[in-house]
Ligand binder design. Structure first.
Ligand SMILES: [Fe+2]
Length: 311
């Protein structure tokens, strides 16, 4: 597919892009790279260390039900079948920017985004492919980088909440940046009244402001989406300030400003870098909380998976 990926960008969308919740249309769902056959082949060849397989419960407030697993003995086609029948969520991390079949689409998307939005200069971009079950959900969370989603297959309900208190609390973001918690955060179902609610169909493109919390409920069919993590000068600066604030708090100070501009922000950027260097010298990276694999995908099991014996 050499034609443009996005098809209806205009002045209004350009103005809202990265500032608010905005939607557009794309054509990835028509690309042969997203047929079942192509996706099954990708599942077969994508590096295992970049493949997350998860399952979860039904309660949107029960993020503790999120579990990691593996599918060591299934072909890509069998795994697609397990996703269609079960309650699984697979993230093929970096498939869009690493896999030779998908990378041309990813490059075309970002070439076009840069052309459509003068001044948009991502520092680095990563793209994953999410394949999830008809009733799977992703719990309330905020991503560290700017995020774009291109929905390709199935239907899902996407809720996006404002990127400030009470929906987003600076301490949570600090802890995420210090790797003391995953990107999941405390959630109150009453907040749904404050969310932008978008029902995504194949061809939907969505973007939202940095750190805006969101949650997703699949509504119908096998779901496939492309998610892009975009590191920009703005996200680096904001994260450095929040990271420095977290480091200062760990030293007993009480920083209040999260302003990512000015002299104080630049001082925090330097301090954040120094803290990261010191932590690297101090010891190995902490594993992410909850990264262990506790189940094996199993087509013969009624739930689609069986628990792995505790180590
Ligand atoms: Fe996200």
């Amino acid at each position: 597919m050499t034609e443009p990926v996005l098809i209806d960008w205009n002045e209004d969308k350009r103005a809202e892009f990265r500032r608010g919740v905005m939607t557009a249309r794309h054509r990835l769902h028509m690309a042969p790279e997203f047929t079942d056959l192509s996706l099954a082949a990708l599942l077969d060849r994508h590096p295992r260390e970049l493949t997350d397989i998860c399952t979860m419960g039904d309660d949107p407030a029960d993020r503790e039900s999120w579990r990691g697993g593996s599918a060591r003995n299934l072909t890509g086609m069998q795994l697609l079948e397990a996703v269609r029948e079960g309650k699984l969520w697979i993230n093929l991390r970096e498939a869009m920017n690493r896999d030779p079949v998908y990378k041309p689409l990813f490059d075309a998307l970002f070439t076009q985004l840069r052309r459509l939005n003068p001044g948009y200069r991502p520092v680095s971009v990563y793209g994953g492919i999410l394949i999830s079950s008809p009733r799977a959900q992703v719990f309330y969370h905020a991503d560290v980088s700017e995020t774009l989603l291109l929905h390709v297959k199935g239907k899902k309900r996407f809720r996006i909440y404002p990127p400030h208190a009470p929906w987003l609390n600076d301490r949570s973001m600090e802890n995420i940046l210090h790797k003391d918690q995953t990107e999941d955060m405390a959630f109150d179902t009453a907040w749904d009244a404050d969310a932008a609610v978008l029902d995504l169909t194949p061809g939907s493109f969505v973007s939202w402001p940095l750190h805006a919390p969101h949650r997703v409920e699949n509504l119908d069919g096998l779901n496939v989406s492309v998610t892009c993590e975009v590191v920009t000068q703005a996200s680096l600066m904001k994260n450095a300030v929040l990271h420095a604030n977290g480091a200062l708090r760990r030293l007993g100070f009480n920083p209040r400003s999260t302003d990512a501009r000015g002299v104080q922000a630049l001082a925090k950027l330097a301090f954040s870098k120094a803290w990261k260097t010191a932590m690297k010298i101090a010891g190995p990276r902490k594993p992410m909380p909850k990264s262990e694999e506790t189940f094996e995908v199993d087509l013969a099991a009624e739930t689609g998976y069986r628990d792995r014996a505790a180590a």
